[in-house]
Design a protein around this ligand. Sequence first.
Ligand code: CAA
Length: 259
Amino acid sequence: MSYEHILVTEQIAEHVALIQLNRPKELNALNLQLMGEVRDALKALDANDAVRVIIITGNERAFAAGADIKQMSGKGAIDMLKIDQFTTWDQIKKTKKPIIAAVSGFALGGGCELVMHCDCVVASETAQFGQPEIKIGVMPGAGGTQRLPQAVGKALAMEMVLTGEFISAERALQAGLINKIVPVELLMDETIKMAKSMSRNSPLALQLAKESVLKSYETSLSEGLSFERKNFYMLFATEDQKEGMNAFIEKRHPDFKGS
Ligand code: CAA
């Protein structure tokens, strides 16, 4: 598949794919076409058995500075309803494989919301996170008012959404929005390291474990535990479970096949 606004590398490392947002002049502003390409790329990588983990990144200056304000500015409510951009985001959310965001520079508005659609976040020291939509007369629309409080708690989420001010990588780490901070020049190396430490595990176990953790945000504890249990039992139907446990007993590295 060829894309205009993203670059896709299917094997940046063994079993690890990379999607790079690529509208540098616009600070990777997320126009409709770019988001459609991210959706399509994720769907294709999700269906590709050679890929177990996906990284999404931007460039040194910006992960993404939000939805494309120039594309939205002249629209009315009914235009927005008909464009229905958030169906694209719903499809992105359905990605089964783990996604890691590698963030440098601005992750604002839809950019911060895209980060929150990822499962783990590695940030450079220069990363800044924010939901500045309030400053342009609107509010977050791709999950910011829901996922941000889940990630950082009500107080900081309210502060970010109502003031529109950005937070540093350091504050984001303290608040639990991101996993780690690394020097900017090591961002991709460290993200790939994390991806490889996931991708050497069974791909089926990765998918069901991700699905189970995400379920915890949408259900009661007892329903979540029951869901987890079924996924746990299901993994005993895989060759990878036999391989993983036999490898442990035989004191060797497992060779997971995804079956
Ligand atoms: N949409 C469209 N274009 C954008 C953009 C955006 N979100 N963010 C930056 N750009 C463009 C600028 O217009 C500028 O283009 P020109 O050179 O053609 O003028 C270029 O990118 C560089 O930006 P700046 O000159 O502004 O760079 P800066 O370093 O002075 O400031 C910034 C950087 C603080 C990120 C500033 O660009 C900014 O505030 N951007 C907007 C951030 C924002 O409000 N995001 C939320 C969008 S709404 C949203 O995301 C809704 C949702 O929930 C889905």
